[in-house]
Structures are given as structure tokens and as C-alpha cells.
Ligand binder design. Structure first.
Ligand code: 0A1
Ligand code: ZN
Length: 863
């Protein structure tokens, strides 16, 4: 809770910690309501002799404190709400503190808390300070030994590193010791204690060492961890093959917990996962869940090198670990599942989340220079744009120099807490290139706009390309520099033949021209292939050029992009009151041709069938009118459903797989296409379509098929909706992860009574606001993915969200803050809506006792 005016933390103020914590011994005497933590820190002064020792600590009850075994007198130290300060300390000493904490009352889910009757921790970014007094900053690395003592009702006692001594304590308690040989910052500390089932396996590393693999889950759930375990083994091998990275401990453990603020956490040797991102079987998890599990298991594993062995000097460098690790997990997924489909999905997410962030009041550089609460900076900009920067680096340097640079980085900085500068320096050195201008990508916020104009000289058979770039001002950055932007460009003929293969043009000026000779016929430009840079591109292409690309671009990303651009323009034209009916028919025809192309994979076709989302369309219109966009998008959907009805019904039938469920990308692609067909057909709910969807729902034997029909049935409304929801609830009422889906589907309900129903659902016995998964399933889904209903003209959607934010902020500020975003873009909406969004932000801001987390975001949104 806020006690005074919060002061921002600034990158420019970074100072090294004046002491080294050489070893850290922690003793946990676990009790749900009163846990005792004893910390023995071997400390050595490394800074100035006059510096006091200042440790972080919050919500701790200090029981005792001693230096070298001598208890300190009350006048020798000061404790306030956030620190423990000892003015005079020797140059080398052992500090022993004993504190008491109450995990059972911790609903903030940071530090030590209880989930499902089990003890667990979440220390990133600043949770360790609620466990014991410590320099809670990533540049203080220490070697840990941990003794955990608990009632035998908590059979598994886990921490980082390798297990050691264990034994009984009296009649009812037991203990286990853990040693982590690798120095680590305290945000990577983890502890779990409780009743768990184990799925065990092993992995032989590239140097022949055996690593024990363990996934620990709720009793009875071990079989649901099989896919995660398989993903882990594939990720371990991939990291050896692709980056030369080998795992370093004898044990790698993952624990699933149901109450978790984020997706997962890369604690050294003991990853802790939100159970939604770990547990899967065909009956309860969708293909999207499988895909995410694979990606997140890999992501957390990859952090062992990019984050743990080499960590961040300070939290401003967060992208050093997150951007690089996201790039690594995206590359892994591309190798596992197919590059083009993966790239399209990644770019879709980037645009929906990061481009929106960059276009609003919360825009910030990939490496920010100040913050109030670091928890608010776990953003799409730091993660996803951070990954795009690494991708561009690889594109610009080429594969071999990129690998040389990463090898150098791992070699030079192993065991250190370092900076983005040091990282980029390795690539500059390895490639011999000057990357000074490239570094601006880290410091400049905003999405660059790139334009390309073409001028074809038929007589000279030459094409002149004029490229320009500019970036609109963002908060605190009125003037922008040109950035080095790799633009991948190829040329097609009007008949769709390849005229010129892909070439990378490095646009690093505000304006540049390129002349290509030997262009034998009037070309169709295929630019920004594979989305080679995170920019908004405008070209002088006509709709006819886009149809050529949509039909024939060998770059599948651009083929998809052409279809999306055509659909987007048609929807925007209709929303603006100028529908292009002929264009809509032409688009439906072209889509039909793409769907019967035997060379294209089902997963790709499913992506072609998905129209641009309403939030994406809102980002493209100024000011946004969500109701008009919803109407216009639905009309195009209906036109496609009618125009391509026979084809969609046929495909829906053909894509049905008989036999055993397979989680392979290929099988998932067929299910995705099948579901995409009925999602469109639901826009034309004539009897046979309705029966087809109901039949699909009732016959479904896996969750992908079931959810694939549930949403269309909900969107059709009426009896179809009621029956499907009731059946689904009855079948899955005892499965929390599936029930989350039941709530989420209703969050997206496009019918007019959706808001009323969503509000009613918050009083439903299954709605648990203290569980972030459940809360987000309903509230965040509604606010982010149901724009037509969230932006109700009465403002009731905004009031609902503000009520939820305030209620959750009282016990979980981290999660409350993550709900603010849908109100943040208020300036982009038509004034009668924007004004009401703003009023709710004002109301939140004025709320007494508001957390710093929420305050920082609402204040920035209103600025
Ligand atoms: N580092 C984790 C996720 C994570 C994000 C934010 C946190 O606290 C503010 C904690 C963990 C990852 O990237 O997977
Ligand atoms: Zn991460």
C-alpha cells in the first residue's frame, strides 16, 4: 500500500551495492500462518568504508538480529517499512536475522504464499524482500544453502540446486537441505513444500552428464505433465544444438501451482509454473494450450543461460534476459512447428499487444530509463519487441556472425550480472560491425512507420524504390532518430512469378532510394517479408497487387499479410459507411481459391480464414468506434459464410481426423482449420449450419474441438448458447483449468446481454477473484477481447472494469495493475467513449490506499 509519494527509480542513478554477500544460508521453519526464516549472510565490504549496510525487507516481523553471533542493541540498527539499516559494520562479518512471516494471508502471490494447501514462492522481481532482509537487487549474486523444515503433511520439500541431508525432527516434522553451487541473485530463489505427485525422467547432456528431470503436480495429475516433460527434453536438446548451451545441475525440477500471477518462473533448477501452462491432456487442453506449454517450458528452460547464468545488472536491463529468451523460444517453436505459421502467430501477438502499447500513453523503450514499480515493466515491449530486436540483429549480421556473438557473450559474461551494452558489444566484436546506431532500438520507444514508393522504368527495366521512415513522438521522447531497419524485399510479376529473390535493404536514413536493374516486367512488390522489422509499412501497392501476393507470394508471411490487409481495408471502409461490395465478393473469391490450394498446410489456411481481430482494427482507425467495427467485421464474416458456404462445409468434413488424438502440429493444423470453418459458418446460422456446429460440439472428443464449437454456439446466442454452456459446465465443473475456459468464452460473448451476464458471473460460486487465472479468464478476456460489449455506450463496461481493478488491488496489486491496460488507450476512442474511460481512470486514481502498481499506470494513462 502507498504510504508516501512514490519516487521513481532511475537508470542514471545506478550504483553497485557496496557489499558482497558471499554465502547465504536460509533456514525455513514452515508453518502456514507463522513461518520463521533465519538468514545467515557472510558479508564482505567491497565499497567505501563509510557506507552503511542497507537491506530490503517488507512486511517482516524481526525476531532477532546479530553480527558474528552478537545480538545487536536497539540503537545499532533501524527498521522501517522497507529497510533494515545498520550504520556501522565491520569489513567482513556474518549477519544473522530471524524473521516471522504469514504465508497463509499472502494473497498478493509474491514472496512466500500458500496455493492449494502448499507452500510456494515467487520472488521476481522484488518478492524476496518479503521473505527475509536482503539486498533485493539482481546484481548481488550469492551462493545459497537452504534448510527446509515442515510438518510431514508437506512431504516434498524443494529448493534450488541439489538435495543433500534430510531427516526427521521430532514426531511430526522433517527437513531437507539444498545446495545451489551457482551464485545467483535472490529473485531466482524458490521454495516449494507440499503434497505432490512426480513425473520423472532423465536427460543425458551433450557432454554425457545425466540430469534427473522431475515435474511435480497436484496428486493424481502426473499423466497431464507428459507433454511438458517431452517439451522440456526437446528444448534441452535444441539449446545444445542451436546455441551450444548445456544444462549445469544434476536436477531440473518443475512444479505446477494453480495460483500464480504470471505464466511461469525460471528459478534456478526449480521452475515454478502456472498450472495452466504445464498440465495438458487431449480431453482438457486445447491445441493452443499445448503450443503454449511447449513454448513456455522452453522459455523457462532457456533462461538457465539467458537470465540465470548471465543475469541483469539492474531491472532496466530486463530485456537482456527476456527479449533474448523470447527470441530463443520463438525460434524453438518455429523449428518444432513450422516457421511461417509460427511467425504469423508471433507477429499477430506483437501487433495486438506491443504495437498497441507503443501507440498509447504507456509507450516505453525496450530499455526504459525510469519506473515506479518494476512489476509494471513486464510488458510486451520488453518481451516481444525485445525479441524482435534480436531477430533483426541476426538478420543484419547473418547466422554465423550471430552465433559467434552469442558464443562470445556466454563465454565472457558467464556468472555475471550485466547490461544490454555489454551484450551488443559481443555481437559488434564478433562481427566487426559498428552497432552504435542499432543500439537506438533499445532506447527509442514507438513503432516506426516505413513507406515504400516504387517507380518502374519499363524502357530501362529498372525499379527505383524510395524508402522513408519516421516515428511519432511518445511520452518523454518528442524527437525521434532514424533507426537501422532491415527490410526484406522480393519482386513478383503480375502473373505471380518470381522476378527477384528476397534481398535485405538496410534502411538507416530518414529517406533512401534503391535502384534495381534487370527487372524484366512491371513488378509487384513484396516488402517486409517475414516481417523483417517491427514497423508499420505503407506502400503504393494497389488492391490488385495484393491479390497477386495473396495468391502467389512464396513468402507465406506476406501471402497471409496481403489477405489481412485486403480484409482490413474492406472492414474499415464498411465501418466508415463506404462499403465496397464488389471488393468484398472479390475477396471472398480469392479466399476460396487460397483454401483449395493443395500445396498449403491446413494450419496456414486456418490463419487465412481468421479475419483481423476487432482490437487490431480499432488500432487502425482514428478515432475507433468499436460498435461500427464489430458490425462491419461481422458483415464481412457473413458474406464469406454465405459465399463460401459449400466449401467451408466440405472442408469442415474433410478435416475431421479419425482415430487416436495426436498433439502434432500437423494434426493441430487440421483441427484449427476445421474450427475456423465453423467459426465463419456461425455467421450464417441457417439450420444446417447450426446443426453442423451442434453436431461438432456433441461429437467432440477433445477440448480443441469442444471449445471450437462452444464459442460459435455462444455467439449464436439463444437456446444454442444456454444448452452448450450448461452442458459444458456440468461436464467440467470439477476441473479448474477447464472451468477457466468456460468463463473465458463468456467473456468473449458478442451478444448484447454479455456485460450483464459477465457481471452476474462475478457472483457465481466458481468465480474466485483471488485466483489470477479465473479473474483474467472472465474480466481480462471481456475487457480486451470483447470490444463491442466492453465499450458499451453507457460506460457500464468501464465501470465494471474499474470496480474489479479496485477490488483486486486491495490484495493483489500486481494482477490489478495488469487489468488497467484496456482503459489506457482512451484517447484513441471516439470522444463520447474516451471521456467515460477517462472518468474511470480518474476514479481509480482518487481511490484511497491505491497501490503503487496501479497508480503508476493510471497516472501515465491520464498524463
Ligand atoms: N520471468 C518470468 C515471468 C515473470 C514475470 C514477472 C514477474 O514479476 C513481476 C515474475 C515472473 C518469465 O519471463 O517467464
Ligand atoms: Zn522470461
Amino acid at each position: 500500500m502507498r504510504t508516501d509519494t512514490p519516487q521513481p527509480v532511475r537508470l542514471a542513478d545506478y550504483r553497485p551495492f557496496p557489499f558482497a554477500i558471499e554465502t547465504t544460508r536460509l533456514v525455513f521453519d514452515l508453518h502456514p500462518t507463522a513461518t520463521k526464516v533465519t538468514a545467515e549472510l557472510a558479508i564482505r565490504r567491497v565499497g567505501d568504508a563509510t557506507e552503511p549496510l542497507v537491506l530490503d525487507g517488507e512486511r517482516l516481523k524481526l525476531l532477532s538480529i546479530a553480527i558474528d553471533g552478537q545480538a545487536l542493541g536497539a540503537n545499532q540498527f533501524v527498521v522501517d517499512a522497507e529497510h533494515l539499516t545498520i550504520a556501522e559494520v565491520p569489513d567482513r562479518f556474518v549477519l544473522t536475522t530471524e524473521v516471522e512471516i504469514d504465508p497463509s494471508s499472502n494473497k498478493a502471490l509474491t514472496g512466500l504464499y500458500m496455493s492449494g494447501g502448499r507452500f510456494c514462492t515467487q520472488c521476481e522481481a522484488e518478492g524476496f524482500r518479503t521473505i527475509t532482509y536482503f539486498p533485493d537487487r539482481p546484481d548481488v549474486l550469492s551462493r545459497y544453502t537452504v534448510r527446509i523444515e515442515a510438518d510431514r503433511k508437506f512431504p516434498h520439500l524443494l529448493s534450488n540446486g541439489n538435495p543433500g541431508a534430510f531427516g526427521q525432527v521430532g514426531e511430526t516434522r522433517h527437513f531437507l537441505e539444498w545446495t545451489d553451487p551457482f551464485p545467483k541473485p535472490c529473485y531466482l530463489f524458490a521454495l516449494v513444500a507440499g503434497d505432490l505427485d512426480v513425473l520423472a525422467d532423465k536427460f543425458i547432456t551433450m557432454s554425457g552428464r545425466e540430469v534427473a528431470l522431475r515435474i511435480l503436480v497436484d496428486p493424481g495429475q502426473a499423466s497431464r505433465a507428459a507433454y511438458a516433460l517431452d517439451s522440456l527434453k526437446r528444448a534441452m536438446k535444441w539449446d545444445e544444438d542451436t546455441f551450444g548451451r548445456e544444462y549445469d545441475l544434476d536436477l531440473f525440477a518443475i512444479v505446477a501451482v494453480r495460483d500464480f500471477n504470471f505464466g511461469a518462473m525460471e528459478n534456478k533448477g526449480l521452475n515454478i509454473f502456472n498450472s495452466a501452462l504445464l498440465l495438458a491432456d487431449p480431453e482438457t487442453a486445447t491445441d493452443l494450450d499445448y503450443e503454449r506449454i511447449e513454448a513456455v517450458v522452453a522459455h523457462e528452460y532457456f533462461h538457465n543461460w539467458t537470465g540465470n547464468r548471465i543475469t541483469c545488472r539492474d531491472w532496466f536491463q530486463l530485456c537482456l534476459k527476456e527479449g533474448f529468451t523470447v527470441f530463443r523460444d520463438q525460434s524453438f517453436s518455429a523449428d518444432q512447428r513450422g516457421a511461417a505459421v509460427q511467425r504469423i502467430k508471433d507477429v499477430r501477438a506483437l501487433r495486438a499487444r506491443q504495437f498497441a502499447e507503443d501507440a498509447g500513453p504507456l509507450a516505453h523503450p525496450v530499455r526504459p530509463s525510469s519506473y515506479l514499480k518494476i512489476d509494471n515493466f513486464y510488458t510486451a515491449t520488453i518481451y516481444e519487441k525485445g525479441a524482435e530486436i534480436i531477430r533483426m540483429l541476426k538478420t543484419i549480421l547473418g547466422d554465423a556472425a550471430f552465433r559467434k556473438g552469442s558464443d562470445l557473450y556466454f563465454d565472457r559474461h558467464d556468472g555475471q550480472a550485466t547490461t544490454v551494452e555489454a551484450f551488443i558489444a559481443c555481437f559488434a566484436e564478433a562481427s566487426g560491425r559498428d552497432l552504435t546506431a542499432f543500439f537506438d532500438w533499445y532506447e527509442q520507444a514507438g513503432t516506426p512507420s516505413v513507406t515504400i514508393d516504387t517507380d518502374y522504368d519499363a524502357a530501362a527495366k529498372a525499379l527505383t524504390l524510395t524508402l522513408t521512415q519516421s516515428t511519432a513522438p511518445t511520452p518523454g521522447q518528442p524527437n525521434k532518430k532514424p533507426l537501422p531497419i532491415p527490410v526484406a524485399i522480393g519482386l513478383l510479376s503480375a502473373e505471380g512469378e518470381v522476378l527477384r529473390d528476397t534481398e535485405i535493404v538496410l534502411l538507416d536514413q530518414a529517406r533512401q532510394t534503391v535502384r534495381w536493374e534487370g527487372v524484366t516486367s512491371a513488378p509487384v512488390l513484396s516488402a517486409l517479408r517475414g516481417f523483417s522489422a517491427p514497423v508499420n509499412l505503407t506502400t503504393d501497392a494497389r488492391a490488385s497487387d495484393r491479390y497477386v501476393l495473396f495468391a502467389a507470394d512464396p513468402d507465406l508471411f506476406n501471402r497471409w499479410e496481403a489477405g489481412q490487409t485486403l480484409a482490413r481495408d474492406l472492414i474499415l471502409a464498411r465501418a466508415a459507411g463506404t462499403p465496397d461490395e464488389v471488393g468484398e465478393e472479390r475477396y471472398a473469391d480469392a479466399l476460396g481459391r487460397a483454401l483449395v490450394d493443395d500445396a498449403a498446410e491446413p494450419a496456414f489456411k486456418a490463419l487465412l480464414l481468421a479475419l483481423p481481430s476487432e482490437p487490431d482494427l480499432a488500432l487502425m482507425s482514428d478515432p475507433a468506434d468499436p460498435a461500427a467495427l464489430h458490425e462491419a467485421r461481422d458483415t464481412l464474416r457473413t458474406r464469406i459464410a454465405v459465399h463460401l458456404g459449400d466449401l467451408l462445409r466440405r472442408l469442415h468434413g474433410e478435416m475431421q481426423s479419425e482415430g487416436e488424438f495426436s498433439a502434432s502440429a500437423e494434426a493441430a493444423g487440421r483441427r484449427a482449420l476445421r474450427n475456423a470453418c465453423i467459426e465463419i459458418l456461425a455467421a450464417d446460422p441457417r439450420d444446417d449450419n447450426l446443426m453442423r456446429i451442434v453436431g461438432h460440439f456433441e461429437a467432440s472428443r477433445n477440448m480443441t474441438d469442444m471449445i471450437g464449437a462452444l464459442y460459435p454456439l455462444v455467439s449464436i446466442g439463444g437456446v444454442a448458447r444456454e444448452k452448450a454452456l450448461a452442458n459444458f459446465h456440468f461436464a467440467w465443473r470439477a476441473e479448474p483449468l477447464v472451468l477457466d475456459k468456460w468463463f473465458a468464452v463468456q467473456g468473449r460473448d458478442p451478444n448484447e446481454d454479455a456485460l450483464e451476464r459477465v457481471i452476474a458471473l462475478t457472483s457465481y460460486p466458481d468465480f474466485e477473484p483471488t485466483n489470477p487465472n479465473r479473474l483474467r479468464a472472465l474480466v481480462a478476456t471481456f475487457a480486451n477481447f470483447n470490444p463491442a460489449r466492453f465499450h458499451d455506450p453507457s460506460g457500464a463496461g468501464y465501470r465494471f472494469l474499474a470496480d474489479q481493478i479496485l477490488a483486486v488491488d486491495a490484495f493483489n496489486p500486481t494482477t490489478a495493475a495488469r487489468l488497467v491496460d484496456p482503459l489506457g488507450g482512451w484517447r484513441r476512442y471516439k470522444p463520447e467513449l474516451g471521456q467515460q474511460m477517462r472518468e474511470q481512470l480518474e476514479r481509480i486514481k482518487a481511490h484511497p490506499g491505491l497501490s503503487r502498481n496501479v497508480l503508476e499506470l493510471v497516472a501515465k494513462a491520464l498524463d
